[in-house]
Design a protein around this ligand. Sequence first.
Ligand SMILES: Nc1ncnc2c1ncn2[C@@H]1O[C@H](COP(=O)(O)OP(=O)(O)O)[C@@H](O)[C@H]1O
Ligand SMILES: [Mg+2]
Length: 258
Amino acid sequence: MIELQHLTKRFAGAERDAVRDLNLHVNEGELLVLIGESGCGKTTTLNMINRLTEPTAGSILIGNEDAHAKDPVELRRSMGFVFQAVGLFPHLTVEENIAITPRLLKWPADKITARVEQLFDLVRLDAATYRARLPRELSGGQRQRVGLARALAARPRIMLMDEPFGALDPLTRDDLSADYRAIHDRLGLTTILVTHDMTEAFLLADRVAVMRDGELVQQGTPHQLLAEPADAFVRTLVETPRRRAKALARAMETDSAP
Ligand SMILES: Nc1ncnc2c1ncn2[C@@H]1O[C@H](COP(=O)(O)OP(=O)(O)O)[C@@H](O)[C@H]1O
Ligand SMILES: [Mg+2]
């Protein structure tokens, strides 16, 4: 469904590649989590897929078609995007924000209204309460739900999500990521989700791709990565959730000591 072949990006004036010879296949219906430390090339990779950034070398196939041969605007409309900074239009209501892409695509008004209703349900926001609010009248989690509804409005088959839950408090984050996993499955989407949180990656992903310094170090199911990490870096990374759970258990023991 999405195939990255020898994808490489070197920004003008940079001394090294931001992304180097990246090969990655994402199957239809799959939720792939791209993980790695800050600056390893995750955002650059997503931006090449939606053609905000042109690759220096390599190619991108979307459903067997070369993304480069497509009109960038049309290509972007076939995908949904969710970013950490949601980027809702501050002077538009929630309803207007969600309806932006269908409006651009000149859907008839009654079809847009019906679609917006569906989207409120899908992202579990009460339409009556929230439709007329402005983004600043929402919590961070609610804003992110609106961002998700907006991204899904024109029924994209592919979702690209760049640290979508990164700015949220832990409870809201867990809620929203579980909801997203259910939406992904229900709609049969193909998703690439970027995070630097290994626990989130393991909870959400069908497959995890680990990047370091612009290169893909390993890809596999959470189970495969835990069982056979490719190197010490991946081992340390994938053991983070377990390490933290142990540290937590120790802290709790100390705490309950007389
Ligand atoms: N527009 C840009 N111009 C120059 N360098 C960039 C640009 N965007 C990102 N980079 C560099 O490319 C590398 C990868 O960045 P990025 O893809 O944003 O990493 P990540 O999303 O994993 O944190 C970094 O070294 C970053 O400084
Ligand atoms: Mg980034």
